[in-house]
Design a binder for this molecule. Structure first.
Ligand code: PLP
Length: 447
């Protein structure tokens, strides 16, 4: 009864993010009520295994009392402190120091945002300021990768390369350029890693030459492309792209909003390739989704250049809620949980998840299985040789999601017929096995 009235209120008043307004009105909302560990319970008391950690964010799992206590303590002591006027609070200062210590190389300077989109948007502003400070304001062109996702702010949505975030919104802008994705499973060059790396390097060089080397400000990558379908680059791809940027004096920006905080194994996925980006963004796992927060990491040279350029002037970028003390207190506690065993468990669970999903390759609908750590995808096809995607008439995004839900599993399903997995790092062996078993049932029902 309560659920029904909520569904109606939702239909009438709540605008959902990245949803079909009409489709949502028809289907109605599924209301979630509570969660613990990797299990969420809906308003009818149905338990579901969350194979997607909310929206690839609840890395620590649900229901950690110590996180609730950290937030409550901070709210009691000091619920808000601005960072304007050279003021501050202890938690964000400690968090910035803790993150600087754990980040690769000299990414020592951290600006806190409210989430991933505004972290990316902030990098655009910092990058522009950086080049102005260097006396090269003409470096105002940005390059990103097809299939990439970098949020949906007015500027960041143009670095995103998914049509749904462009059509009807008038983005991307003329200063936002793309190169092809590595997408190994569907790369026209085949899946030879070195050939794909060489082609991407050549394409980036060609794109820079086409734009004009002296005009290119920055290049953005996700260490693993998430919303594009969990596309894992071949080993060495990120490093090769980083090297081109260093050679051409272009800022290299790693968007670790999904991959940060143990999602692929190490705390930051850049470590997988041993690279240090000039700037790095993260969000999601930073607070494990308990409260909004994102971050921009800057290397010493970026920070120093901006500082030098501004001199005594304020660098005019920041939000009322930048470095929010409650978010920072939560992030510090989440970090303690990660380092108290969750990162370790995530690495073990990731190996089991990948092995389990690999075992689905014998299924007639499974064309590809890919992933790294606790970030994975299964791509479905109707013909394995021709790699024919599921037809639109099957409405893969909603139908697959619904079928998984009926099996007690939450996973993301993309329109191309891709299941994406990002379970909480706290998953037990039994939970990982259940994710795989339930997926197989969904596939059988989809045949
Ligand atoms: N960057 C990447 C790589 C993401 O995956 C996302 C969100 O999924 C964002 C940026 C935007 O983050 P948010 O949704 O917190 O604004």
């Amino acid at each position: 009864m309560l659920a029904n009235s909520l569904v109606e209120l939702d239909r009438q008043h709540l605008v959902h993010p990245v949803s079909s307004f009409r489709g949502h009105e028809e289907r109605g909302v599924r209301v979630l009520r509570s969660a613990k560990g990797a299990t969420v319970t809906d308003s009818e008391g149905r338990e579901l295994l969350d194979g997607f950690a909310g929206l690839w964010c609840v890395n620590a799992g649900y229901g950690h009392e110590s996180v609730v206590e950290a937030a409550a303590r901070q709210m009691r002591d000091l619920p808000y402190a601005t960072g304007y006027f050279d003021l501050g609070a202890e938690a964000p200062i400690r968090l910035a120091a803790a993150l600087a210590e754990r980040s690769p190389g000299d990414l020592n300077h951290i600006y806190f945002s409210l989430g991933g989109s505004d972290a990316v948007d902030s990098t655009i502003r910092f990058v522009r300021y950086y080049w102005h400070s260097k006396g090269q304001p003409g470096r105002d062109q940005f390059i990103s990768v097809e299939q990439g996702y970098h949020g949906s702010t007015t500027m960041g949505a143009g670095l995103t390369a998914l049509p749904g975030f462009h059509d009807g919104f008038g983005v991307p802008y003329a200063w936002q350029h793309k190169i092809s994705s590595h997408y190994l499973y569907r790369n026209p060059l085949g899946d030879d890693p070195q050939a794909v790396i060489d082609a991407s390097v050549a394409e980036l060089r060609a794109k820079v030459a086409e734009i004009g080397e002296e005009k290119v400000a920055a290049f953005y990558v996700e260490p693993v492309q998430g919303s594009g379908g969990v596309l894992v680059p071949p080993k060495g791809w990120i490093k090769a792209m980083r090297d081109v940027c260093a050679e051409l004096d272009i800022l290299f920006i790693a968007d670790e909003v999904i991959t940060g905080f143990g999602r692929t194994g190490p705390i930051f996925a850049c470590e997988d390739e041993g690279i240090v980006p000039d700037l790095m963004t993260c969000a999601k796992g930073l607070t494990s989704g308990y409260i909004p927060m994102g971050a921009v990491f800057m290397r010493d040279h970026v920070y120093e250049t901006i500082a030098e350029g501004a001199g005594a002037k304020a660098v005019g970028h920041g939000f009322t809620y930048s470095a929010h003390p409650v978010s920072a207190a939560v992030a510090l506690e989440v970090l303690a949980l990660y380092e108290g065993g969750l990162f370790e468990n995530g690495v073990k669970a990731g190996v089991r998840l990948m092995a389990g999903l690999e075992s689905l390759r014998d299924h007639p609908l499974v064309g590809d299985v890919r992933g790294r750590g606790m970030l994975a995808a299964v791509e479905l096809v109707t013909d394995k040789v021709k790699k024919t995607p599921l037809p639109a008439s099957m409405q893969p995004a909603t139908r697959l999601f619904d079928r998984a839900w009926e099996q007690g599993l939450i996973v993301r399903s993309f329109a191309q017929g891709i299941f994406a997995y990002a379970p909480p790092l706290c998953c037990t062996d039994a939970e990982i096995d259940a994710i795989v078993e339930r997926t197989r049932k969904v596939l059988d029902l989809t045949l």
